[in-house]
Design a binder for this molecule. Structure first.
Ligand SMILES: COC(=O)C[C@H](N)C(=O)O
Length: 314
């Protein structure tokens, strides 16, 4: 099986000044994940590494760079899933952690449970020896500024809500195993304790070797209503291509509940799609040593992996 990775850096509206950073961030994440797959590594390791690289990148709303809740705090959600045995692990409303995706994987591998929240997730992180990260290190000038603006009486939260950058990855490895991972700071100025789609299996992501893997981004409450990731894989199971399945499910979410979003999908034959109903979504993929990436509908740049790695290191 030829390995494939697809990543996204959030659907919505990406402000001009953030476009280059978002493109560079998804390209870096895809190349890192692909590097693992090329060496015979697992889809699970590849999606974790790709998501971790975007959690560490302040351009995205995950890990460092997460948006703030109504009280000005960072509360993050993340999920990871293994398509081989349908195991998954998630954390919700977790604080003071640099890489929630790593903690989600530990929940999957070291507990009998699938989802830990807030205080319990923090205790579990301590027990696993995951260091606490001071909250200030996760908060960027930009997320603080956005939070402040949203508190102003004449603010237009819709405008700021659009510029979100949840991150996600899906992959298939040389053995034909698929996996997905998704991580987010959620919606800005959300209520304390609000958990979105990202931590919920079937909504923020799903992976099953029998069909494929999907990771989602967009308006969380809408994504949860239609259980978007599982819905896409249902369409794949019924014979649709990843692109058709993604478009059909996104269209259903738009017409049925008025929600917009974006998805990345890989099926069990290694066919992939990156589709969105929002104005933009940053995405990147590597297959057959060719990198493709874009932000706007119809935008697609292509480079060889060698060329991309050279310009990365240069
Ligand atoms: C692009 O924004 C997001 O993906 C936010 C995330 N789906 C949430 O609602 O928590």
């Amino acid at each position: 099986m030829k390995p494939v990775i697809v990543v996204h850096g959030g659907a919505g509206r990406i402000f001009k000044e953030r476009e280059e950073g978002s493109r560079a961030g998804v390209v870096r994440a895809a190349l890192r994940g692909y590097g693992i797959l090329k060496q015979g590594g697992s889809a699970l390791d590849a999606v974790e590494e790709a998501v971790r690289s975007m959690e560490d990148d302040p351009h995205f709303n995950a890990g460092c760079g997460s948006v703030l809740n109504e009280k000005g705090e960072v509360e993050m959600d993340a999920i990871i899933m293994d398509g081989k045995n349908l195991d998954s692990g998630a954390v919700a409303a977790v604080k003071c952690i640099a890489n929630p995706i790593k903690l989600a994987r530990l929940v999957m591998e070291k507990t009998k449970h699938m989802l830990l929240t807030d205080h319990g997730a923090r205790l579990f992180a301590q027990a696993m020896g995951v260091p606490e990260t001071p909250e200030e290190k996760l908060i960027t000038e930009r997320s603080r500024e956005r939070w402040r603006k949203n508190l102003e009486p004449d603010s237009n939260p819709e405008e700021f809500q659009k510029d979100l950058g949840t991150v996600g990855a899906v992959a298939i490895d040389c053995e034909g195993n698929v996996a997905c991972a998704t991580s987010t700071g959620g919606l800005s100025n959300k209520l304390i304790g609000r958990v979105g789609d990202t931590a919920c299996i079937g909504s923020g992501g799903y992976a099953d070797n029998r069909s494929g893997a999907a990771s989602t981004t967009g308006h969380g409450e809408s994504i949860m209503k239609v259980v978007l990731a599982r819905l896409i894989l249902y369409h794949v199971e019924q014979g649709m291509s990843p692109e058709m399945a993604a478009d059909t499910a996104l269209d259903y979410m738009k017409t049925r509940v008025g929600g917009l979003g974006g998805v990345i999908v890989v099926n069990s034959s290694g066919e992939w799609a990156a589709r969105f109903s929002t104005k933009q979504m940053s995405w990147a993929t590597v297959k057959d040593d060719q990198l493709h990436y874009g932000i706007y509908a119809g935008e697609r740049h292509t480079k060889s992996v060698d060329e991309a790695l050279t310009s990365e290191s240069g």
